[in-house]
Design a protein around this ligand. Structure first.
Ligand code: PMP
Length: 351
């Protein structure tokens, strides 16, 4: 830390992203990217439609906002496109949390939530998942504050039915519920339809997983016009040109070929079933997942050892050191061939 670093941030512990090694060709099953390339049609569309890069990108992100609004059957002022869904999450913490509206989220969830809370000097409470890693929404109903729910949750993969989230939204019209649907396309129910019925629910999605565009950094929030206007106030006070012209174009191209993305999601769901079966044969306990990853532990081998030895043998998975989940690893679902490399490597090491 330099002696110039603002005292406002000296206590901040930044988020640690999953490893992105550049040194060796790993079988990379650690950051929930898609193993499939972006749609060919989307790439071709972007090559043709990217606005000249000597000009600023459209600060209203008009073309993509309009298309997303059409896809979800909402008006344009109900959509905000962001630089990855991480940016939408940060905007939501900035917009809808303060001393009177602390953030509420599970003890085991996306590791960025407490970082965004700290960054924005927002108080927060982590509400423990139940023994089997389920979210008990009754615990949230008892408390005041802005709720952040990843659905499916990460790193567990467990999903809540949209109906249960609707009951939380309806129970207190004076609280905002933010639903982070980064992994929804792999088998969970979306809460986007709720935004037409309630003005206190915000749904955040991403192009990073189901649309094979993690490197393009595209996400979006869908909510009532007032919530989106608040987030625009934050956006235009931080980075009006948050979406670059290439990403805007490929985001549009990707929506025009969503059949490709949907087909890939079906393959991943099948590979997930295959993976769960194989992991169980190898003795793993696996949490029920609706996402493009599974959360698994082995009764005889520690989580840390599994992570380290797989890595030494060229397979990267994600290990978390938090006490409650340190025996687990989160394994991204890749192609069937990638999953077979994982199983062969596991057998090679542990017999
Ligand atoms: N939400 C959850 C639950 C995630 O796991 C991730 C990926 N790290 C994100 C949001 C952010 O993804 P992105 O910024 O790539 O859209």
């Amino acid at each position: 830390m330099s002696r110039f670093f603002s005292s406002r941030y000296e206590q901040l512990t930044p988020y640690t992203p999953g490893e992105q090694p550049q040194d060796m060709a790993y079988t990379k099953l650690n950051t929930n990217e898609s193993p499939f390339p972006p749609s060919e049609k989307a790439l071709a569309y972007a090559a043709e439609h990217t606005k000249p890069l000597n000009l600023y990108s459209d600060p209203a992100c008009r073309i993509l906002t309009a298309k997303l609004a059409e896809v979800y059957g909402v008006t344009e002022n109900m959509v905000l496109v962001t630089n990855g869904s991480d940016e939408a999450l940060n905007f939501a913490f900035m917009s809808f949390c303060d001393e009177e509206h602390p953030a509420l989220f599970p003890d085991i969830t996306y590791g960025f939530y407490p970082v965004y809370a700290d960054l924005n000097h927002v108080p927060y409470e982590e509400i423990p998942l139940t023994e089997d890693f389920s979210i008990d929404l009754e615990e949230y109903k008892k408390r005041k504050g802005t709720v952040f729910l990843a659905n499916p949750n990460a790193p567990t993969g467990r999903a809540l039915p949209a109906e249960a989230i609707e009951a939380l939204v309806a129970a207190d019209p004076d609280r905002v519920v933010v639903v982070d649907e980064a992994y929804v396309d792999f088998g969970a129910e979306s809460c986007v339809p709720l935004v037409k019925k309630y003005d206190n629910v915000l749904v955040i999605q991403t192009y990073s997983k189901s649309r094979s565009l993690a490197g393009a950094r595209l996400g979006y929030a869908v909510g009532c016009p007032e919530l989106i206007a608040d987030m625009n106030t934050i956006k235009f006070s931080t980075n009006p040109y948050n979406i670059n012209s290439y990403s805007m174009a490929i985001g549009m191209g990707s929506l025009l070929d969503d059949a490709y993305n949907k087909a890939n999601c079906r393959v991943i769901a099948d590979n997930r079933t295959y993976t769960v079966g194989k992991l169980k044969e190898l003795g793993f306990e696996v949490v029920d997942s609706k996402a493009n990853f599974v959360f698994a532990k082995h009764p005889a081998i520690s989580g840390q050892e599994i992570y380290e030895k797989l890595k030494a043998n060229g397979v990267l998975v994600r290990h978390f050191t938090k006490e409650r989940i340190k025996e687990y690893n989160r394994i991204t679902i890749g192609t069937k061939e990638q999953m077979d490399v994982l199983f062969e490597t596991f057998r090679k090491i542990w017999g």
